[in-house]
Design a binder for this molecule. Structure first.
Ligand code: CP
Ligand code: NVA
Length: 306
């Protein structure tokens, strides 16, 4: 049966850890100057309904490192669900390429792509989650602290797609996950229910707060993301009034552990959810985190396409 990568929650803790171990090996291999052509001749079709820097370039370069290739398919070209039905796009692409990576608005669209394709589908971000980002996040945290078990990971800001995948990977790997977000910006409640089930098995503690200052106490990791995600632009003015108390700035970082690291999936809106001083300061791991997208996704690609 073909495999997909649609959500961290679909993978067992040991499968997630194996993917991270593979990412570590592939990263070392790359840094030592030798990428084994594990996907020689394979091609990834990349459907984008939204803009991207990291996802597009890291998947493209990842395929090249592995001896394969990638095709960028723009929103206007494909017209997913508009020019053509998702089921038809999926079945057509299945005869041309070896895997599909898609960035979509509605999560249901990624599920439909996976349902109709005979080749692996990778979720490159939906309105619900961002699992490839979470893999890179876990890799970055693991590089800093050895592993995630027992760490305190605090997300400050909007309970969005990035927060959901981060919560799920923390719950899988036994990290305590805390979120501080404004009222009316809670995470999607079925995602929280799922995290509670996952955390029951791993022993991870989940905490849901409004106050960012309480949330960052004892944090090993502070994570934030944009206050306005792609597709929510009409709400940005309203959000800019609500979210300033959730800014990750020097004061907030000083209230966490001394060895806290700060993560952000990027793109950052400097001066809003994160200050320049924090983004460029000693606790920031923003750029290693972005670079880890490449290595984490190469592991996913090898797992699915080899
Ligand atoms: N973090 C992330 O997914 O970045 P892009 O939107 O640039 O791909
Ligand atoms: N939450 C952001 C993440 C961007 C990578 C968005 O969906 O726009």
């Amino acid at each position: 049966m073909k495999k997909d990568f649609l959500a961290v929650a679909d993978y067992s803790p040991s499968e997630v850890q194996e993917l991270l171990n593979l990412a570590v090996r592939l990263k070392q291999e790359h840094q030592n100057g030798g990428n084994a052509p594990l996907l020689k001749g394979k091609v990834l079709g990349m459907i984008f309904q939204k803009p991207s820097l990291r996802t597009r370039v890291s998947f493209d370069m990842g395929m090249r490192h592995l001896g394969g290739d990638a095709l960028y398919l723009s929103p206007s070209e494909v017209g997913l669900g508009q020019r053509e039905s998702i089921a038809d796009v999926s079945r057509v692409l299945s005869g041309y390429v070896d895997g599909i990576m898609a960035r979509v608005f509605a999560h249901d669209h990624i599920l439909q792509l996976a349902q109709w394709s005979s080749i692996p589908v990778i979720n490159g971000l939906s309105d619900y989650n961002h699992p490839c980002q979470a893999m890179a996040d876990a890799l970055t945290i693991q590089e800093e602290f050895g592993n995630l078990k027992g760490l305190n990971v605090t997300y400050v800001g909007d309970g969005n797609n990035v927060a959901v995948s981060l919560m799920h990977i923390c719950a899988k790997l036994g990290a305590n996950f805390t979120i501080a977000n404004p009222a009316d910006y809670d995470m999607f409640s079925p995602a929280v229910d799922l995290a509670k089930e996952i955390a029951f098995d791993s022993g991870a503690k989940l905490t849901f707060l409004r106050d960012p200052h309480t949330a960052v106490k004892d944090a090993h990791v502070i994570y934030t993301d944009t206050w306005t995600s792609m597709g929510q632009e009409a709400e940005s003015k309203k959000r800019e009034l609500v979210f300033p108390p959730y800014q990750v700035n020097d004061q907030l970082v000083s209230e966490a552990r001394n060895d806290v690291i700060v993560l952000h999936c990027l793109p950052a809106h400097r001066g809003q959810e994160i200050t320049d001083a924090v983004a460029d300061g000693e606790h920031s791991r923003l750029f290693p985190q972005a670079h880890n997208r490449l290595h984490a996704q190469k592991a996913i690609l090898v797992h699915l396409l080899q």
